[in-house]
Design a protein around this ligand. Sequence first.
Ligand SMILES: [Zn+2]
Ligand SMILES: [Zn+2]
Length: 348
Amino acid sequence: MAAAFLLLVLVLIGAVRNSERLQDRLVTRAVGGQLSAPLPTLGGDNIDIVFCGTGSPMGGAGPRGTAQSCVAVLLGDKFFIVDTGARSADKAAALRLPLQRLDAVLLTHFHSDHIAALGDMHLNSWVRGRPSKLDVYGGPGVDRVVDGFNLAYGQDYTYRTGHHGEDYVPSSKAGLVAKTIRADSVIYDEDGVKITAITVYHPPIEPALAFRFDHQGRSVLISGDTVKDDNLIKAAQNVDVLIHEVIQRDLVDIFVQALRDNGQGNLGKIIEDTHDYHASPVEAAEAANQANADLLVYYHYAPVPQNAIMDRIFMRGVDAVRPQGVLAARDGTHIRLPGNSEIISVEK
Ligand SMILES: [Zn+2]
Ligand SMILES: [Zn+2]
C-alpha cells in the first residue's frame, strides 16, 4: 500500500516536472487566487482596520515574514493608511486592500520603520488607478520626507508614464503631496469621518503622533511609537479599540546579549537604547484600563515574535492587569466595528 502511494507521488512529481501544460495550469490557478479582486466591502458604515504590518526594525525578516508598521483604516468611503514601514506596500496588496481608492497616508513620525515603503505605496496605488496625487499627513518635517521621496522617485514616475501611457499611469496623479498637521487637534473632518492627531512621548522626535478615528459612533486610536503616555490615555477615553505598540524587555535583553556575544556590540547598544521610548505589554494594558478602552490590540512588536514561545513571553504579566484579555495582531488581522453598535468582530 505504502509502496503504491509512493509510486503515485513519484509519477505526479514526474508529470509536473515534464509537462509544460500541467505547469501552466497549476500556476494559472495559483496566480488567479492571488490576484482575485480587491476586497469590495470594506468601510461604509463600518470602521474596518486591517494590519498591513505589525513589525518594528527588529527581527521582522524571520519565518513569519512580518512587514514593519502599517495599519489600514477604511470608514465611510474613505481609506487611510497609518505608516508605511518596509514591506508594507507588498503586504497591503497581498491582503487585497483596495489601493486604487487610497485617500491618504498618515505618518505618526519619520523613523525609517514608519516611512520606508512610502514610494512603494505610492506606486501600488497609482498603477491601480488612484484618482489623485497621494496626500501624506504628518507633523512638521513631513514636507522634507515628501520632497525627498518625490525627488528620489521622480525619474521613476516619468519612466512609468512614458512606457505605459497617460491613460494608465497619468502624470497628473503621480507624486506625493505633503499635508503638515498641527498636533493635538482635529486634522480631518469630512463626511462623518473625524481624525484627531495626539502628541505622544517618543524622544527625540517632536511631535510623535497617535491618531484617533471616529465614525458612526465608533472609534479607534492607533498609538504610533510611545511609552505609556498620559496624553494618549486622555485622548483614548472610552475608545472602542486601542491599538498600542509594545516592547518586550526580556526579549530585547536576550537579543542584546546575543549580539554582544557575537561581536556586534554596536548594534546591541542601539537595540538596548529602545528600552526607554516604547511601552511594555503590561504598560500598554495599564494604559488601556485607564482609558476604559473596550479592546486592546498589540502591534509594532519589538522585537517581532517569530514563534509561539516568543508569543507567550510577550504576554507575561498581562493577564493580571487585564484579565479580559488582549488581541495580539498579526499581519493580516482584520477588525470590524459596525456603525452605531457595540460589536467588535475580529476576522483573523
Ligand atoms: Zn517604530
Ligand atoms: Zn519610532
